[in-house]
Design a binder for this molecule. Structure first.
Ligand SMILES: Cc1cc2nc3c(=O)[nH]c(=O)nc-3n(C[C@H](O)[C@H](O)[C@H](O)COP(=O)(O)OP(=O)(O)OC[C@H]3O[C@@H](n4cnc5c(N)ncnc54)[C@H](O)[C@@H]3O)c2cc1C
Length: 519
């Protein structure tokens, strides 16, 4: 039973859940100057379930846009300069079978493809950095230790029931709700949506352990795939002070602590008494490949794992959640600030469902190449696992062509492993360094950006005036000097190209933010 109406301030957006998707959604809204309330049961971030370790190059670019990339790197115990390798071996003390270098988009040096390289960093550290950032923006109220128990949508808002840790409850109403409450949250039910798909019959046991003396014979790696005879596992350091994680394949929650230490020691290639392994946490999980049949109502949107779940092979889950959050975040900001039609919001599911499905498909292939029948020769491993460690095409190369918020339906070429920059509308704006430490992305506006070809005599003033009349934020910048660009590019707030054309057409921005491109 609800005791009271909201005793505190209200905000136009309520975010149910403060995991990666919820924190990212609040960050994107704050970036556009929109206030939100994040309701999250976990008062503190626990480090006993590190879960995501791979922050992709694309997520790091988004973090750069919010001004948190540097903080994430500073707080990450393992720097890309230290190691970017995945090793397959029989045991940690044994022989390396094969290795993948520059895995997961990790880079030691800048390159033109990306404004930021990937970063290995445990999910709890990212969540802590984002919580600190959100508090500093002045646009976000974190209601920690509270849980959304239900919600009801009306024509002009959504009323949420919220329970505190002490059992008391209250009601609050927002104009929009973002359901970032994960695969077991309550928001999906509120819009009568269901997750469909399959779960793997094989369970896994993630462990965190201390082993300060552990120095693998085959050298440093961010991940070791140990395919020894007794148990297969993926494992790696969480820091350089002896804290490790390991995911034990085919082991379930009934495994005792003593047995887990024995298995971990076997992965090292020693007896338990000789490794000094001290188990600090366990986290059982099952690979799941699920996608919701409905992602949104008029005022409630599923974001992240409330809408889709993929197995963590390839390290895409949390990154896909951040991509969702950015997509709905800027659109919601545009609608709330009155420069976009609410019809734009329908493009969220249209654009992100396809990305989620491609991610599930890739992770499912990676899972299939990881089970008991995993390849054991260097050649077989390179063939079957390449996509898992080199997936820049999936990470950067997805396109929103065909969406009502993009003026084109031509698809750029897509290949999971390889990214080919494209200026076709829908694609992520190709990146280039303007000078050392100065990215083209640093010059983009928070709203739309028009990139002019150098030497163009188009009437930009009329285009700007038309956007201003419709209150659409627009910044105009020249094309980078190294680009032989013939077209104008209209870039959306999420760095994806909305339109390209040789001649400027003043009606373009209106079509894009109206979510009704004339295709
Ligand atoms: C073993 C493992 C390894 C992984 N490795 C990677 C990796 O390397 N890279 C990667 O990108 N991803 C990885 N992932 C996936 C990643 O952890 C998830 O994709 C990510 O956490 C999903 O974020 P989310 O915010 O959508 O959901 P969650 O992380 O589930 O967050 C949901 C939040 O909502 C809160 N909540 C729940 N119910 C309610 C409610 N009723 N009201 C309010 N709040 C509520 C929860 O407390 C939680 O904080 C891994 C996952 C696993 C299991």
């Amino acid at each position: 039973m609800t005791d009271a109406a909201d005793p505190m301030t209200t905000a136009p957006v309520l975010i149910a859940g403060g995991g990666p998707a919820g924190l990212a959604a609040a960050a994107e809204l704050a970036y556009h100057g929109v206030r939100s309330i994040v309701v999250e049961p976990r008062a503190r971030v626990s480090h006993s379930r590190p879960r995501a370790k791979t922050t992709s190059a694309r997520t790091m670019e988004i973090f750069r846009r919010w001004g948190v990339a540097a903080a994430v790197r500073e707080n990450a115990p393992l720097k890309p300069e230290w190691c970017r390798t995945v090793v397959f071996c029989d045991t940690l003390d044994g022989e390396a079978i094969t290795r993948f270098d520059d895995a997961f988009g990790l880079r030691a040096e800048p390159c033109d493809l990306v404004a930021e390289g990937g970063q290995q960093v445990p999910q709890p550290i990212v969540e802590e950095v984002l919580r600190t950032h959100l508090r500093s923006t002045g646009f976000v109220e974190l209601r920690l230790g509270e849980r959304v128990t239900g919600m009801r949508e009306t024509g002009d808002g959504v009323t949420c029931e919220i329970a505190r840790e002490d059992g008391s409850t209250y009601r609050t109403t927002a104009q929009y709700v973002l359901g970032c409450d994960g695969s077991r949250g309550v928001t999906r039910d509120a819009i009568c949506s269901t997750l469909h798909g399959v779960s793997s019959p094989r369970s896994n046991l993630n462990t965190v352990f201390r082993a300060p003396g552990l120095r693998p014979a085959m050298g440093d790696a961010v991940q070791y795939w140990v395919i020894g005879p007794e148990v297969k596992a993926t494992m790696g350091p969480l820091d350089r002070e002896g804290t490790w994680w390991a995911g034990l394949g085919g082991i379930d929650a009934t495994c005792t602590e003593e047995r887990a230490v024995e298995l971990l020691s076997a992965l090292v290639g020693r007896q338990a008494a000789d490794t000094g392994i001290e188990l600090t946490a366990t986290d059982p999980w099952v690979p799941r490949m699920l996608i919701a049949d409905r992602w949104a109502s008029d005022r409630i949107f599923l974001v992240g794992e409330s809408a889709h779940v993929n197995p963590p092979y390839g390290g895409h889950g949390f990154n896909t959640c951040v991509g969702d959050a950015v997509n709905i975040g800027w659109k919601l900001a545009a609608v709330l600030q009155g420069w976009a039609d609410p019809g734009l919001l329908a493009s969220y599911e249209r654009e992100r469902r396809d990305v989620a499905q491609r991610t599930i498909d890739s992770a499912t292939r990676n899972l299939a190449a990881s089970g008991p029948d995993i390849a054991r020769t260097a050649e077989g491993i390179q063939r079957s696992k390449h996509e898992e460690f080199h997936s820049l095409g999936l990470v950067l190369g997805y396109s929103y062509h065909g969406s009502p918020a993009v003026l084109a339906d031509e698809a750029p070429s897509f290949d999971v492993a390889n990214y080919t920059p494209s200026t076709l509308p829908g694609a992520r704006l190709p990146h280039v360094w303007i000078s050392r430490d100065h990215s083209l992305y640093d010059d983009l506006g928070r709203g739309f950006t028009l990139i002019r070809p150098r030497g163009s005599d188009s009437d930009v003033a009329a285009f700007e005036a038309d956007a201003a009349a419709r209150r659409i934020p627009l910044k105009v910048i020249p094309a980078p000097p190294t680009w032989g660009l013939e077209h104008h590019l209209l870039v959306r707030p999420d760095q994806h190209i909305a339109w390209r054309g040789v001649r400027l057409d003043a009606s373009v921005p209106e079509y894009v933010v109206g979510g009704r491109t004339p295709l």
